[in-house]
Structure formats: structure tokens, C-alpha cells
Design a protein around this ligand. Sequence first.
Ligand SMILES: [Zn+2]
Length: 329
Amino acid sequence: MLIHHRRTRSTPVTSFSRDLLAIRRTLKDLARKGEITRSMEQMLSDWGRSLESDAENIQDFTLECQYQVLGWILDLSAAVKILDGGPRTPNTRVRKLIVECVRRILGYNAKVDLIVVPSNLKWKTLWCKAQHDPKTGEIAFILFLSPVIDYTQPKLLPRIVHEAGHADSHALELVGRGSSQDRWLGEASCDLIALLLSGPANLFSISEMVTAVGVELAKHSTYSHPSLILRTAIMREIAVEIWRATKIEGLVKEALGPIENIDVPVGERDERSSLSRGLIDSLPGYRRIDIGTEIWEGVYRGGVSASRGYPMLVSLNAFFAASRKGGGG
Ligand SMILES: [Zn+2]
């Protein structure tokens, strides 16, 4: 009723509220019919409610935030359309890769409710939403693809492993907290998970990503994310540590060589050591998901063809192993 007295706000807000209400009804219906998991219903309904509140206050936001809220509403709506009968994961490689990673993180019995959505936000990065219910073993996972950069090409495909890392309960909890420090540690934890799961391919793909997004964006940090360059510097340290005196230690320099001269932004140097330390401390807890140095030694020295249960993660590395100039260890 009050809406008539708030003329400047009435049109967009009423329309968003109506759309978001319809979305929540569709989700409830799909969950009742068993077409989506309760985790998916809950995750998207909660998101819808928070967007509704954003929409009500949209005029208080900066233009950039308004664009973001609008993009999120479009993305939520696109996700629900897919759940309501659209193709869930058109790219089979992407689906197999995410499921393989999520099961390695949460256990083989994890029930993965997965969709892939082409995002409406013109971001150059991937992003995702995940919610895990340890009681039922359900994990709702949505990967949002960038409309600007194609992350399904082999050179960038390992970046999807970072997103799958968000299925990890500890990382998920950290990125959901209010403080920037915790969120940064959560993102760095997903990087660590991705390194342990996808090995050298992870490092090769970081160089490719910096080239794809450009140095300026790679040096940009936000409240939720440290810069890609800081994250790279930390991954370099950890990879050197875990692959020391193995046959693949030289791959760290080789993979990150093209971007080794880009310095960590001055404003982030203080955070570098605390994030590094946080990750080193958490390393023993994540060893359970490590695919193992021997597998990567085999792939890059041409000795192993057997996938030992990780066909997609091995194939990501086989691509970079085959692309190396001159080959050899
Ligand atoms: Zn992330």
C-alpha cells in the first residue's frame, strides 16, 4: 500500500518483488516435486530474499552496486529457468570436472545438485554459489560463467577447480563471514584446494588468466578477494614447498615464468605473510584431497597414462604437458 506514496521507487521495486516472489514459488514447487534438492531451494530462496532487500534500497547504492544487484537478479532468474527445465550443464567436461572435484573434497557419496549459468554480469572472472548440508550429503552448486572470457577452453579450464573449492565447508564458512581478512583467507584456501587437486595445471592456468584479464585487473583487490597477483605469489610459495626435491619442482618456475616480474601491489604486502601462514597451517588438514606428486610426475614425464580415478584432473595436466615447448622433465 505504502508503495503509492513512494513514487520514485514504486515501479522497479514492485516489479522486482513480484519477480522474486514468483521465483521463490517456482523453487518451492521444484523442491516439492523432487526436481531440485532442498539445499538448492534454500540457497536460492535465501539469495532471493537478500536481493529483495537490496532492491528496496537500490537508490542508496552506487551505480556500480546497482548494476551488480540487477545482474544478480537476472542471474538468479536465469538459474531458476534452468532448474525449471533448461539444460543444466551443457558442457560435459565442465560438469565432469566439477563433480570430480566436489566428490574429492566432500566424499564420493556427495549428492551434487549442479547447474552452470552464463552470467549476465560482464565480469571477467568466474564465480559460484554453493551450499552443503552435511546431514543429507547434498551440495547445491551453481557455476556462473563469464560472458567476456571463455573459461571452458583447455588453457583456462583449471580455473573452474578454484570454484569447486568453494564446496569445502571450511572455505565456504570463511567466505561467508563479515570480515575481509576471513574472506581473503577463504579465497586463498580455495586456491590451495585447487592446487592440491589440479597440480601444475593450476599454475599454468594462472599465467593464462593474468594474460586474459590483463595486469591491471589482476592487481585489483576487493573487500572479498585479494588480487590475483597476491594469490599467485602465495601459490608459488606453497607449490615450491610441497614439490621441493621432486621431479616436478622446475614446473613452478616454468608455469609462472611469464608473470614472474609482476610485483605484488604495495598495499597488499602486509597481508601476504599472514595469508601464507594461514594456508601453511591448514595444509595438513587438506592433505586428504591431494592427488599426489607422483601422478603429476608421471603426467609431465610421459610415464603415466592411468587416471587412477581422477580422469578430468589428470587430463587438465595432460593438456599442459603436451603443450610444453620441447617437452621433458
Ligand atoms: Zn573464489
